[in-house]
Design a protein around this ligand. Structure first.
Ligand code: G3P
Ligand code: CA
Length: 296
């Protein structure tokens, strides 16, 4: 009897440690869910307020500034490689021109992904940014490994058939999905419900976030929220389009609410007062400070 009790205690301690460490837990529906009590600090495109977005330096800074997740947007090259880039074209964030889908990885790698930042933000310019490369998804996860968490967006999935399968292949190769949802090192996000459904079919354990782009002040019905809940654990929307009632409605359906892109102290305080469960920010250092202030 004693032996059974001590085995049970060891098992319970192990399970508790696993769940507490990952901040994930299973809901009754078997959907992986995140602990809503922990406010997530998501370094948007890395610490992109301080360094050129989607470069290794920006991601490193995001980690140093206590971001909980590295946010990554994905595009796919002509030869089928997933790279970290926000736009379908390389023009804004490199010295090149053209669509990613028309360029090979070798062509993308020849571009300078840092000098534009020095030109646009001379007060934040740094010689180390000159000549930075566009990273591939695989390079990022090789660099940061299982010690980091990743919040990855499938961009323009209609342009890149197969990008979801390639994404899951890489995440499984580097053991970032774990054996089940609670041990996942990633959250996957998309504006495309179709892309999320494909990801859900490929791996039902991976936690998904439905991004929604509103042109007007946001409203959402209970039916829409329940539909989203059938495949996702949360919603992302612009903080400029939502309000407290929207956040409370999302939370009442036990979905996470992650507004983007919240860059000032005042806006961070505003969305925290509304009850959000995390946010995307170009300034994870400021958000870390705001969160510390609230916990003091
Ligand atoms: O992924 C959340 C937020 O990043 C969505 O907007 O355009 O910055 O990818 P965007
Ligand atoms: Ca994004």
């Amino acid at each position: 009897m004693k032996k059974v009790l001590s085995f049970t205690m060891v098992l319970m301690t192990f399970l508790f440690t696993m769940l507490a460490g990952t901040n994930l837990a299973f809901a009754a529906s078997e959907q992986p869910t995140l602990n809503p009590n922990r406010i997530l600090n998501v370094a948007h495109r890395g610490a992109s307020g301080h360094a050129p977005e989607h470069t290794m330096i920006a991601y490193e800074l995001g980690e140093e500034m206590h971001g909980d997740y590295i946010e990554l947007d994905l595009q796919m090259t002509k030869d089928g490689v997933l790279i970290a880039m926000h736009d379908e074209r390389v023009d804004r964030t490199t010295n090149g021109t053209g669509y990613v889908k028309d360029m090979t990885l070798a062509e993308i790698k020849a571009l300078d992904a840092g000098s534009w930042f020095n030109e646009k933000y001379p007060d934040k310019a740094d010689p180390d940014f000159v000549g930075l490369e566009v990273p591939t998804l695989e390079e990022v996860v090789q660099e940061f490994g299982r010690g980091s968490r990743y919040y990855i967006e499938t961009k323009s999935p209609e342009v890149y058939p197969g990008m979801e399968a390639e994404l899951i292949r890489i995440l499984e190769k580097y053991k970032l999905l774990g054996v089940n949802g609670p041990s996942s090192k990633v959250l996957l996000q998309s504006f495309s419900p179709q892309s999320l459904q494909i990801l859900h079919e490929l791996n039902p354990n991976v936690p998904l976030v439905q991004l929604i782009s509103y042109k007007q002040p946001a409203t959402i019905t209970d039916e829409e929220l329940e539909e989203i809940k059938s495949y996702a654990v949360g919603i992302g929307a612009s903080h400029t389009k939502i309000d407290q009632a929207y956040v409370e409605k999302v939370r009442a359906h036990d979905l996470l609410m992650h507004p983007y892109t919240v860059n000032t102290r005042a806006d961070m305080e505003k969305v925290l007062d509304w009850g959000v469960t995390g946010m995307f920010t170009n300034y994870p250092d400021i958000l870390n400070d705001v969160l510390k202030g609230r916990n003091d």
